[in-house]
Design a protein around this ligand. Structure first.
Ligand SMILES: [Zn+2]
Length: 346
């Protein structure tokens, strides 16, 4: 079978490998869609400390069951399935306290386990142990189901930031994650959602899909002024930064209304992880800064259900579909921000 394996920064190879054989406590799937995201670009450029090369990349995985280990029950050949990406151990102190997204022993598909840029893949025991293999609801395509994983992370982020009824929300970063944030904020009852990006082309492309109440180009206007103007000086209830620049977090704090919440959704570069915070602003205005680290198996289940119900449609966000042998084009397209969602169809 064909796979795309990471060897070193800038060195991802298309190779032929033997099809994997599932152990008694594993499930083998034929990967039908594995979508790509900014993390794949980061891995391509820098590798990842949790990944030992060579490794099959890809973590937004949907496919169909082709073989079921003898000790596994509940799955049959032909079942459509979506696979979690971040795998909590389910047993550490944080997991026992119900905080599965910050499991201290978290592993991931495409890092410790071979991922979905392959024709076939093993769903490891660790995934099955935490109920991380999800049945794709009727009527949902494999491509749509593959977006459940990034959408699950978005869901986690907005739950932690408490996005709800009547909120004014700013989303910084008009990539696929930003688009999902705009749609989810609306589904959760936000009053107005404003989308910000530095790249005018990407902003227009995404805005024409998800229709924010305002699309603000950071290269053309002062985004803080603009948000203040749009809200009659009050600011917004929530700012979500889906961008890898500390400046967006610093600016985000200035955009918040009293009682506002800043979601540091996107991570910052390893060599530039600090920002400057006016702690008096946080103090007097009762601001909250929250993080977001991936998603739990339950977030994945609910994300799939919300996509299937039409609450948060994703089909129109999948703008590029490529075969596995064009994985380099896929990563390049994501890196350039030239598409909303790029999916690989092995
Ligand atoms: Zn844990």
């Amino acid at each position: 079978m064909k796979v795309a394996r990471f060897y070193a920064p800038g060195d991802v190879r298309l190779e032929d490998m033997d099809e994997p054989t599932p152990g008694p406590d594993e499930v083998k799937i034929r990967v039908r869609n594995c979508s790509t995201c900014g993390t794949d670009v980061k891995i391509f450029n820098n590798g990842h400390p949790n990944m030992t090369p060579p490794q099959v990349m890809g973590h937004e995985i949907a496919g169909e069951v082709v073989e079921v280990g003898s000790d596994v029950s509940g799955w049959s050949i032909g079942d459509g399935v979506q696979v979690i990406a971040a795998i909590p151990d389910g047993t550490c102190e944080e997991c026992r306290r119900g905080r599965l997204t910050v499991c201290t022993n978290q592993t991931s598909m495409g890092y410790q386990f071979p991922g979905g840029f392959a024709e076939y893949m093993i769903v490891p025991r660790a995934v099955l142990a935490v109920d991380g293999l999800n049945r794709i609801p009727d009527g949902l395509s494999f491509a749509e189901a593959s977006v459940a994983e990034p959408f699950a992370c978005v869901l986690n982020g907005q739950e932690l930031a408490g996005v709800g009824d009547g909120d004014d929300v700013v989303v910084v970063g008009a990539g696929p994650i930003g688009c999902l944030h705009v749609r989810l904020a609306r589904a959760r009852g936000a009053k107005r959602v404003f989308l910000i990006d530095l790249n005018r082309g990407r902003l227009d492309m995404s805005a024409s899909a998800v229709h924010p109440d305002a699309a603000i180009c950071g290269a053309e206007v002062d985004t803080i002024d603009e948000v203040k103007k749009l809200t009659d000086g009050r600011g917004v209830d929530v700012v979500i930064t889906a961008a890898a620049a500390g400046k967006t977090q610093e600016d985000g704090l200035q955009m918040l209304a009293r009682g506002g919440r800043l979601s540091a959704f996107g991570g910052l570069p390893k060599d530039k992880p600090t920002i400057t915070v006016d702690a008096n602003l946080v103090h007097y205005r009762e601001l909250t800064i929250v993080g977001a680290n991936g998603s739990s198996p339950d977030h994945n289940k609910r994300a799939l259900a919300m996509i299937a119900s039409g609450e948060v449609p994703v089909n129109d966000l999948i703008t590029v579909r490529l075969p596995l042998d064009r994985v380099h084009d896929a990563i390049d397209t994501v890196a350039r921000g030239a598409a909303i969602k790029v999916t690989i169809e092995p």
